[in-house]
Design a protein around this ligand. Structure first.
Ligand code: C2E
Ligand code: MG
Ligand code: MG
Length: 715
């Protein structure tokens, strides 16, 4: 039998249902065989997974399932608790890709709805049960004399056997009789009850309305009331009950005595408290989560004339991803717990410290005294982080970057405060990590632009906002167009055409360069192929920049191979430019990728050569075919009779060295005829620069090639 993806999903869900079924087996009196129980829970699993993965999240189906569980008699106190544990741990793993981005929040709301539906239904059911007993009692009173005896014995049986506690008192509140369930619930003997008065059953935190309702009842102004009320047990513990008190009248309708029925809902109360805690706390660190933080922040801003000040520290661990990637998620988790502990110590109990997700934390100071207070806290945190954290027998050092913003509540909004903290954190990171930065309104415009670009870059690749321009690479000996370098530009909807210096670094920082770089490569290769189709051997080779980060991608070689296959461009027509630092890094992964690319036949050139202080003796061992001399060398080359010849000597030495290693030399940034002359006389092979042409759209190159063709044809 062939197992398709559908079957695979069904199998996984079925196995989960088996684990769920094992967890709740025997916790409720349900007459289902193990297999039937699993079938039943498998059905619920499907519905819960569907609810989690639905395009628009809606907790209602989970609520319904909670209600159904009660209807199906899954009412044992352990059933829901165990179900929540199993579901909380495993339900998210059953959701198929693409995962909804807010999966964690959805899970919280789904389980919350499930438990709420369950609790409500359970409460409903008990109320029904209480109502039935009340009616039976009233009926008993009205029964004719003849039937009195039987009905009383029926009533007595009900009284003794009932699962809920029942107590009967006179109108003065003297307790006359209690049933065994009530005795069990309170933990003291029946005699003790009968020596008590109802009024002694007060809990200090009772709402005053409870006793008002009671007064109305014994005066005959109401027939019954229902409340949730606390009592003290014999051992001093608190029990929560659903309390229904009914007035029983005599044959003439005058109040005669009162009957109280109590259901112990302590477990359910605890469950609800646990759920509320779960909904507002991060399970890993126990810290308040984003939801609680947002609620608190909203409260700060709820009063529009709040005269106080408010401060935020936004924290992000530096290099946490590396810890996770290299040491695994378990160590990453332990590290987060340790960090949370240190942060909590620094913050003390009066400041709200929350984990916003991943390695991001935030401290909220409502009623701050000024930025100095936050700076002090930030310094304390940074110092607290300096001691290494010992995990799994090894010492890990982490630092954190902190963005600080402190303002009068009246002068800002919650959203502005958050975005100011984010931007400032971003600046702290950019300034060098392990440090804090204080929000400075003056600097933000520029930073907001940077921040916006960084945040929108990945989507911009998908939206096709990038274009590639091509700059000619000219053979110096004969002035022929030998190749083109692909240079990317961002056609930004609001900022206009952006040069790479505005975004390449951002793209490297965020990792978006991988997607962007792949797009540039594919796009430029397709273009190069079409030049090849049109101009044959006269078509230029293509040189494409490769960011260091791309060289680390395990898929790089496969990507390049696929792109060459797709576009039909020959490997020999492609050159990749990498900076010295990227090429000379002494690591096996990148070097292996370079070798594989070289084996494919793709050329590798070292870009901006001469700026990287690298060890030149490493060059011969690398699969490199050319050097691109950095523009700064070319700029210092002066005319024939310039006085200082040192620069020229350096360039000349570099060219000789390269030729000695059989490498082609390209000079970047040639702007004047003098520079061209010098480089030509020094034996430089290829030139690039505004003297020949700036980077232009593909059509510009096509036009040049056509002109060239005409010249050749006619010449
Ligand atoms: P690069 O690879 O060294 O590219 C040469 C840069 O020098 C280009 O700037 C080019 O326009 C500029 N240039 C060319 N001739 C002259 C000249 O005569 N005078 C002066 N002053 N400048 C000249 P551009 O296009 O702004 O690109 C800047 C850098 O951005 C590139 O430097 C490259 O490192 C990076 N870059 C551009 N496109 C990509 C890409 O697709 N991927 C990656 N990873 N980096 C790219
Ligand atoms: Mg380049
Ligand atoms: Mg360069």
């Amino acid at each position: 039998m062939v197992i398709g993806p559908e079957d695979g999903t069904a199998c996984v869900r079925r196995r989960f249902a088996e684990r769920w079924s094992a967890a709740v087996a025997g916790t409720s009196y349900v007459s289902l065989k193990p297999d039937e129980l699993t079938d039943y829970l498998a059905g619920l699993t499907d519905r819960l997974v569907d609810a989690l993965a639905a395009p628009r999240h809606d907790p209602a189906p989970a609520h319904r399932i909670g209600v159904e569980l009660v209807a199906a008699h899954f009412t044992g106190p352990e059933t829901m608790r165990r179900s929540l544990t199993v579901l909380g741990e495993e339900l998210p793993t059953l959701v198929a890709d693409p995962l909804p981005p807010d999966l964690a929040r959805r899970l919280g709301s789904t389980l919350g709805a499930l438990a709420a539906g369950y609790a409500e239904a359970l409460c409903e059911r008990t109320l029904d049960e209480q109502e039935a007993i009340r009616r039976a009692m009233l009926a008993a009173r009205r029964e004719s004399e003849a039937k009195l005896a039987t009905s009383e014995s029926r009533l007595r049986a009900m009284f003794t056997e009932a699962a809920i506690g029942i107590g009967i008192a006179d109108l003065e509140g003297n307790i006359q009789e209690v049933n065994p369930a009530l005795v069990r619930m309170f933990g003291y003997p029946a005699q003790e009850f009968t020596q008590r008065n109802v009024s002694a059953m007060v809990h200090p935190d009772d709402a005053p309305s409870v006793w008002q309702l009671y007064e109305e009842l014994v005066r005959g102004r109401r027939d019954h009331f229902r409340v949730e009320k606390r009592f003290f047990r014999a051992d001093g513990a608190i029990i929560w009950t659903n309390l229904t008190v009914s007035l029983v009248r005599d044959a003439d309708g005058a109040p005669a005595y009162q009957v109280a029925m109590l259901e112990d809902v302590t477990e359910r109360q605890q469950l609800q408290a646990t759920l509320a805690h779960l909904a507002y706390h991060d399970p890993l660190t126990g810290l308040p989560n984003r939801a609680l933080f947002s609620t608190r922040l909203a409260e700060v801003f709820a009063d529009p004339v709040n005269p106080r000040r408010v401060g935020l520290c936004s924290l992000d661990l530096d290099g946490f991803k590396r810890v996770n990637d290299s040491l695994g998620h378990d160590v990453g988790d332990q590290l987060l717990v340790a960090v949370a502990g240190r942060l909590a110590e620094c913050c003390g109990p009066d400041r709200l410290l929350a984990r916003m997700g991943g390695d991001e934390f935030v401290v909220l100071i409502d009623g701050s005294s000024g930025a100095a207070e936050l700076v002090e806290l930030a310094e304390e945190i940074i110092t607290a982080m300096t001691a290494p954290i010992r995990l799994d027998g090894r010492d890990l050092s982490v630092t954190t970057s902190i963005g600080i913003v402190e303002q009068a509540v009246a002068e800002t909004t919650a959203a502005e405060l958050m975005s100011a903290a984010d931007i400032t954190l971003y600046r702290a990171k950019h300034d060098g990590k392990g440090r804090y930065a204080v929000f400075d309104r003056g600097r933000t415009d520029q930073e907001i632009a940077r921040f916006t670009l960084s945040a929108t870059l990945p989507a911009a690749v998908e939206r096709g906002e990038f274009v590639v321009h091509y700059q000619p690479l000219i053979t110096l000996a004969d002035g022929a167009l030998r190749g083109v370098e692909a240079l990317v530009r961002w056609q930004h909807p609001t900022f206009g055409l952006l040069q790479p210096d505005r975004f390449i670094e951002l793209a490297e920082e965020t990792g978006a360069i991988v997607t962007l770089g792949r797009w540039v490569l594919a796009h430029a290769c397709a273009q190069a192929r079409s030049w090849r189709d049109e101009f044959g051997a006269a078509a230029p080779f293509l040189s494409v920049n490769l960011a260091p980060r791309q060289l680390e991608e395990p898929d790089l070689v496969a990507d390049v191979t696929a792109i060459l296959l797709d576009t039909g461009l020959q490997a020999a027509q492609l050159q990749l430019e990498l900076t010295e630092q990227a090429v000379m890094r002494d690591e096996p992964g990148p070097l292996k990728a370079l070798r594989a690319l070289d084996d494919l036949g793709v050329g590798i050139a070292v870009d901006d050569f001469g700026t990287g202080y690298s060890n030149l003796s490493a060059l011969p061992r690398l699969p490199v075919r050319g050097l691109k001399l950095d523009g700064s060398f070319v700029r210092t080359l002066r005319g024939g009779d310039a006085t200082d010849r040192t620069d020229e000597l350096i360039v000349s030495t570099l060219i000789d060295l390269a030729h000695g290693l059989d490498l082609t030399v390209t000079a970047e940034g040639i702007e004047t005829a003098d520079q061209l002359e010098r480089l030509r006389s020094l034996g430089c092979d290829v030139g690039q620069g505004w003297l020949f042409a700036k980077a232009v759209p593909a059509e510009g190159i096509t036009a040049m090639l056509r002109r060239h063709e005409i010249r050749e044809d006619s010449g």
